[in-house]
Design a protein around this ligand. Structure first.
Ligand code: ATP
Length: 242
């Protein structure tokens, strides 16, 4: 199991008797960039919240980085970017970053280095002294992404990290995600609706109504379903629950 960054064994979740995640098993190897794809409401956020230990599965077991979920250590070892920004609006960008960096017990010098790196990565350096309440939606997303990278975690779980971010910065963020995987062996699980982002992943997992309907490399999925793009893969894989 320890070769896997994440493993789910027979994990299921319902809300009010409605099954949102069907019993599913899945392994995510270390050092890969994995895309979780599927229409709104298919269960992506529910799945990753269970991996984070924020939601308890009804059935099954989850391990992350060799630890049984939930585990305190995973709050440090997983950099998590939620879909809804959890930021302090009355504080500046810098104060938000410093606050989270302190939670991770980084030394003063590490804090300064990591805050500078993360702010620069998302191009917020010049806005760090402004209150987050005055940031645009895209700036808040960028700050949330910076926070998820602060403690330099081996595993990143990012829920739609580039929604509301302009195409140029989106490209830069994706280059950095690929670099983090290639040069620093990070494992990155990212949910996305964007087909150009799916192309950059090592593996894709397609989810529909809580079932995995297709998984594989972007190239293999397109070849298998004789599809031009991932929308077509999704449609053609639609009837075929794995
Ligand atoms: N706490 C909850 N209580 C009740 N229902 C919930 C809860 N959380 C999620 N759901 C329901 O579970 C289903 C899956 O939601 P989820 O947020 O996992 O979807 P998603 O694939 O992440 O969608 P999106 O792409 O829009 O973020 C939805 O029907 C949602 O309404």
């Amino acid at each position: 199991m320890e070769n896997y960054a994440i493993s789910l064994n027979n994990v299921a979740k319902s809300f009010h008797h409605k099954q949102v995640i069907a019993p599913l098993s899945l392994t995510i190897p270390k050092g890969q960039l994995i895309g979780l794809l599927g229409p709104s409401g298919c269960g992506k956020t529910t799945l990753i919240k269970m991996v984070m230990g924020m939601l308890k599965p009804d059935n099954g077991e989850i391990q992350a980085l060799g630890l049984q979920v939930p585990h305190r250590q995973l709050l440090i070892d997983i950099g998590y970017m939620a879909q809804a920004d959890a930021l302090y609006l009355d504080l500046t960008g810098e104060e938000n970053l410093q606050f989270f960096a302190k939670l991770y017990k980084l030394s003063k010098q590490e804090r300064a280095e990591r805050v500078a790196y993360a702010a620069q990565l998302v191009r917020l350096t010049d806005d760090l002294h402004n209150k987050v309440g005055n940031y645009s939606g895209g700036m808040k997303r960028r700050l949330s992404l910076a926070i998820s990278l602060l403690q330099n975690p081996p595993l990143l779980i990012l829920d739609e990290p580039t929604v509301g971010i302009d195409p140029v910065l989106k490209k830069e963020i994706w280059s950095e995600l690929v670099r983090l995987k290639n040069d620093e062996q990070k494992t990155i699980l990212v949910t996305t609706h964007a087909m150009d982002e799916a192309e950059k992943c090592d593996q894709l997992i397609m989810l529909r109504d809580g079932h995995i309907i297709a998984k594989g490399t972007p190239q293999a999925l397109k070849a298998h379903y004789e599809a031009q793009d991932f929308d077509e893969v999704f449609l053609k894989a639609g009837g075929e629950v794995l």
